[in-house]
Ligand binder design. Structure first.
Ligand SMILES: NC(=O)c1ccc[n+]([C@@H]2O[C@H](COP(=O)([O-])OP(=O)(O)OC[C@H]3O[C@@H](n4cnc5c(N)ncnc54)[C@H](O)[C@@H]3O)[C@@H](O)[C@H]2O)c1
Length: 392
């Protein structure tokens, strides 16, 4: 179990008040971090401030004024993808540490600039690939590193959702101009790739992908709707869809620092139109001595498979999970933790890194990792276009 630590001297400012902004706020408050400022549309920023007791309110998306506040040490960017880079660059320039939502940007040219700015800044920069901080994912990583599964042969999995199944389902992510040229892959596929890369301790070197758009045209409301919210079909207009609904991706990983991963093959299916699946990031890691599987929809357990011994279900917060992993969970076994806790554990790691003067282990995704995911998206797009393997 983790030792209680206080992070209450650090102060956060959050940009964005939609679906994920309040997830950041809640996690920070649970950690004891002060949330001192909020930025968004004038109406929503005010309402969010009132709900959470946040003293400084910056309406009209005026993030630059928020960055001038002496009461903000760390900026959380939870706005739509197309403004991540411009807001991150401005935050670094103002001397703030940054936690930016994924994907890091719209293309690798802009995220490349951000990598350089983050390296020069002497500030901590994290990308919110928080799936790394589910204890199940951390446990799989330890098992791979320790050689429990032997030499890793291949990985298989998916990230499936169904919230964009209907033609009338709408969100800004559906528009390439708002979310980027890749939608399902950029939005959730990069979570899968980042989590699996983290477990293996290796980066993807090449990809072969097929993308498909089932709804070639969709209907959208005249105004904006918050993520996962339903719009009124009577007020809708038809538009041509320029992003994919699903993808099949083959990936080849490079060498890890340890000896158990070298040239691992993986295949992943990514879909936002898979009926019945709400948020299932699932991965199976298959080695010469055994396998391990985990699914975000059942985050408190992993399944260990052996050829000549009985399979096991190991539960978070019990002796089945290793001591290092226990530092990333607050409640005992049988008291489930999930999505909000993964954010909490991620921000704890980031804020402890800040508080320690960057001396704690760098487990979270950096600007470079976020940039790598965007480069991967571009390679996937190119592979789909040319139907061949593309090196990243
Ligand atoms: N890590 C995760 O698990 C996770 C989950 C969901 C979303 N996200 C990411 O978070 C970001 C936001 O997604 P969401 O689902 O909350 O979207 P959303 O549409 O629900 O909310 C976006 C918010 O940003 C605000 N906004 C729009 N333009 C802005 C601007 N120029 N400056 C400041 N704020 C602006 C909107 O008013 C809204 O409050 C996206 O990049 C998305 O990929 C990450």
């Amino acid at each position: 179990m983790s030792k209680p630590k206080t992070l209450s001297h650090l102060r956060a400012g959050v940009i964005g008040t939609g679906f994920i902004g309040p997830v950041h706020i809640e996690a920070l408050k649970r950690l004891g971090v002060q949330v001192t400022a909020i930025c968004g549309s004038t109406k929503n920023a005010q309402a969010t401030a009132e709900k959470w007791g946040i003293p400084e309110v910056y309406g009209d998306y005026d993030y630059e004024s928020m960055f001038r506040s002496p009461n903000v040490d760390v900026v959380h960017i939870t706005s739509p993808n197309k403004v991540h880079v411009v807001q991150s660059l401005a935050a670094l320039k103002a001397g703030k540490h940054v936690v930016c939502e994924k994907p890091l940007g719209m293309n690798s040219k802009e995220t490349g600039r951000l990598v350089k700015a983050a390296a020069k800044s002497n500030r901590v920069f994290a990308v919110n690939y928080m799936c790394r901080f589910f204890p199940g994912v951390l446990q799989m990583r330890e098992m791979v590193k320790r050689g429990d599964l032997g030499q890793i042969i291949h990985v298989q999995g998916h990230f499936f959702q169904d919230w964009l199944l209907q033609q009338t389902d709408y969100n800004w992510r559906l528009l390439a101009s708002e979310g980027g040229k890749l939608r399902a892959v950029g939005d959730i596929g990069t979570h899968w790739i980042d989590a699996v890369s983290f477990v293996l301790g290796a980066k993807v070197e090449s990809v072969f992908a097929t993308l498909e758009t089932f709804h070639k045209t969709r209907l959208r409301p005249k105004g904006e709707v918050q993520t996962f919210a339903k719009a009124d079909p009577k007020t809708m207009v038809r538009y041509k869809v320029d992003t994919e609904d699903f993808a099949s991706i083959l990936l080849k990983f490079g060498k890890a620092k340890h000896r158990y991963v070298d040239g691992v093959h993986a295949n992943a299916s990514i879909s936002q139109v898979a009926a019945g699946w709400k948020c299932s990031l699932a991965a199976g890691i298959y080695g010469t001595e055994g396998s391990v599987q985990w699914d975000l929809q059942h985050p408190n357990e992993i399944i260990v498979g052996r050829r000549d011994e009985p399979n096991q279900i190991l539960q978070r917060g019990t002796a089945g999970f290793m001591e290092d992993v226990a530092n990333f969970t607050d409640y005992p076994g049988g008291h489930p933790e999930g999505f909000p806790d993964s954010h909490k554990m991620h921000y704890r790691a980031v804020y402890e890194h800040i508080a320690s003067g960057k001396r704690t282990p760098l487990l979270f995704a950096t600007a470079e990792d976020g940039h790598h995911e965007v480069r991967l998206c571009e390679a996937i797009l190119k592979s789909n276009e040319h139907q061949r393997w593309i090196n990243v």
